[in-house]
Every structure is written in structure tokens, then in C-alpha cells.
Design a protein around this ligand. Structure first.
Ligand code: B1M
Length: 233
């Protein structure tokens, strides 16, 4: 592309810019994504709207072409890297709400699974809603979860899985909590693209969360119930 053809992001209107960000995310252009996020912030967009409309929207297109064999792992990794660049700018803005601490959550992606974008988004949104979040990262076996529950004493255990082959591991963790007699000590929330409500129920989770916003609302509901029970008891 010649210099004359170069797209100046700041000269695009909002719709054009979001479309261009879809293309830039697809092409794994981290700096352009960061610039796009900053431009939208400068235009008064809410961080959550940038996250869901520009970044998650773009990642959905990447996901479809990955599924259809048009994109491959290296390209998707670059797209994920570009997405993380945008998320890093938004994180402090989503987290700095001044909300009072409402509870504590330990969250991690299950064993065998290295997808972390959705989990990171959930962590950010939970922190923004006033939860203290301990993020265990990816590829967590049952001992990692149990160790963190023991040392962190959270109200909520969150688990993420993006693969049909790794989602059954959530049941391994929940069954172990039952065996140890500590299942009732925690609210267990699960999420990830291949899950659904039925799966959440079948493995004995308290709730399946379709997205990060639902995770926040569900977590708040469970905390309110817990406080009511404590007040009554
Ligand atoms: Co992967 N991958 N991937 N991948 N990847 C999927 C998941 C896939 C659906 C793509 C496809 O075929 N269409 C497919 C899974 C098929 C299946 O099992 N049904 C797949 C595959 C097959 C694989 C590999 C096996 C590919 C290979 O090697 N041949 C491999 C597996 C590696 C492993 O984990 N062992 C692999 C690798 C990768 C990359 C490393 C390249 C990269 C991950 C980079 C990273 O995360 N750092 C990657 C990516 C990026 C994807 C897609 C394209 C995007 C996932 C994503 O980040 N979405 C994905 C396609 C898709 O999902 N459409 C795909 C954006 C994110 C915001 O959404 O993660 O759904 P999501 O999170 C949401 C909700 O689900 C929910 O809230 C989030 C925010 O709203 N949520 C929770 C998630 N976790 C939660 C936890 C909670 C609550 C809510 O707890 C309380």
C-alpha cells in the first residue's frame, strides 16, 4: 500500500473505525487496535462498549474463520495478541469504578486449555464491579484450584473452558469439592463458548454464565443471597 492509500484511523467515523478495527484485529495489528481503542475513548465511548462492540465483535469474525479453516493457529494467536493490547488499555478504566468490595473470586481456565481471553474479560468486569479477583491463569488442575480455595478463601470459584474436550474437567473439580465436603463453601460459576445451562446443571455448578456481564450479575445475586442468609441466621 502506498503512503497515499494509508488509512488514517482518526479520520474515520465511528462505524468505519469499528469496521476497520475488525479488519485490524483479523490481521493481528496490535498497534492499530490500541490506536483505535484510544480514538474511541477520546470520542466518549464507554470502555465496555469498545470491548464488546469493537474487540469481541472482531474476535467473533476471527473465530468463525478459524472454525471454517480459513485462519490457522498462528494468525489467531496474533489476533489474540492484538485483542489483549486493546484490553490492556481498557482494563484500568473498567476496574476503576470505586465500587465497594462486594466479594472475592478465584478464577482459572481448566486443565488442558490455554484459552484465556474470555476469562481475562470476566476478571476485568468482576474487578470493575467491586470483586477482588485472584486469577490462576490457564491449564489449572484440580490441585491448583483446591490450593487457591484453601489459601484465598474466596466466595466464588470461577472456571473457564473453551474446548469440548476440556469442559468435562470442570466436573472433576466440582466432584472433588463434594468428596472433600467443601462444595457448599463456595458458589461455583462456569463459562466458556461451548458450555450451556444444561451442562452447568449437569456438572453441579451453581450457574453457567453466558458472558462476562452475566457473570457479574450472577455473582452479585449469589453474594446478595449469602448476605441475606447470614443476616437471617
Ligand atoms: Co482456539 N478454539 N484452539 N485458540 N479459539 C476455539 C475455542 C474454537 C471454537 C475455534 C473454532 O473451531 N471455531 C475451537 C474449539 C472447538 C471445540 O472444542 N468445540 C478451538 C480449537 C479447536 C483450538 C485448538 C485445539 C486448535 C488447534 O491447535 N488445532 C487449540 C487448543 C489449545 C488448547 O487450549 N489446548 C486452540 C488454540 C487457540 C489459540 C492459542 C490460537 C487462541 C487462544 C489465545 C488465548 O486465549 N490467549 C485461540 C482462540 C483465540 C480461539 C477463538 C478464535 C476465540 C476465543 C476467544 O478468545 N473469544 C475460539 C473461537 C470462538 O470462541 N468463537 C477458539 C473471545 C472471548 C471474549 O470469548 O472466550 O467465549 P469467550 O469468553 C466469553 C464467554 O464464553 C464467557 O465470558 C466471556 C466474555 O464475554 N466466559 C466465562 C468465558 N469464560 C468464562 C468463565 C466464567 C464466566 C464466563 O466463569 C465465571
Amino acid at each position: 500500500m502506498s503512503d497515499e492509500d494509508e488509512i488514517i484511523l482518526s479520520e474515520l467515523d465511528d462505524d468505519e473505525l469499528v469496521q476497520q478495527m475488525f479488519d485490524d484485529l483479523y490481521d493481528g495489528l496490535r498497534e492499530e487496535i490500541e490506536e483505535g481503542v484510544n480514538i474511541l475513548l477520546g470520542r466518549g465511548w464507554q470502555p465496555y462498549d469498545i470491548l464488546t462492540k469493537a474487540l469481541v465483535g472482531g474476535m467473533t469474525i476471527v473465530g468463525n474463520d478459524f472454525r471454517d479453516g480459513i485462519l490457522f493457529v498462528p494468525e489467531v494467536l496474533q489476533a489474540a495478541n492484538a485483542m489483549k493490547g486493546g484490553m490492556a488499555i481498557l482494563k484500568p478504566l473498567l476496574v476503576e469504578t470505586g465500587a465497594p468490595r462486594v466479594g472475592k473470586m478465584v478464577i482459572g481456565t481448566v486443565k488442558g486449555d490455554i484459552h484465556d481471553i474470555g476469562k481475562n474479560l470476566v476478571s476485568m468486569m468482576m474487578e470493575g464491579a467491586g470483586f477482588e479477583v485472584v486469577d490462576l491463569g490457564i491449564n489449572n488442575d484440580v490441585d491448583k484450584y483446591l490450593g487457591a480455595l484453601e489459601s484465598e478463601k474466596p466466595d466464588i470459584l470461577g472456571m473457564s473452558a473453551l474446548l469440548t474436550t476440556t469442559m468435562p474437567y470442570m466436573k472433576v473439580v466440582i466432584d472433588t469439592l463434594v468428596e472433600r465436603g467443601i462444595r457448599e463453601d463456595y458458589t461455583v460459576l462456569v463459562g466458556g463458548a461451548p458450555l450451556n445451562e444444561e451442562f452447568g446443571r449437569a456438572i453441579g455448578a451453581d450457574a453457567y454464565c453466558r458472558d462476562a456481564a452475566v457473570a457479574v450479575e450472577t455473582a452479585k445475586d449469589f453474594m446478595a443471597r449469602k448476605h441475606n442468609q447470614m443476616a437471617a441466621g
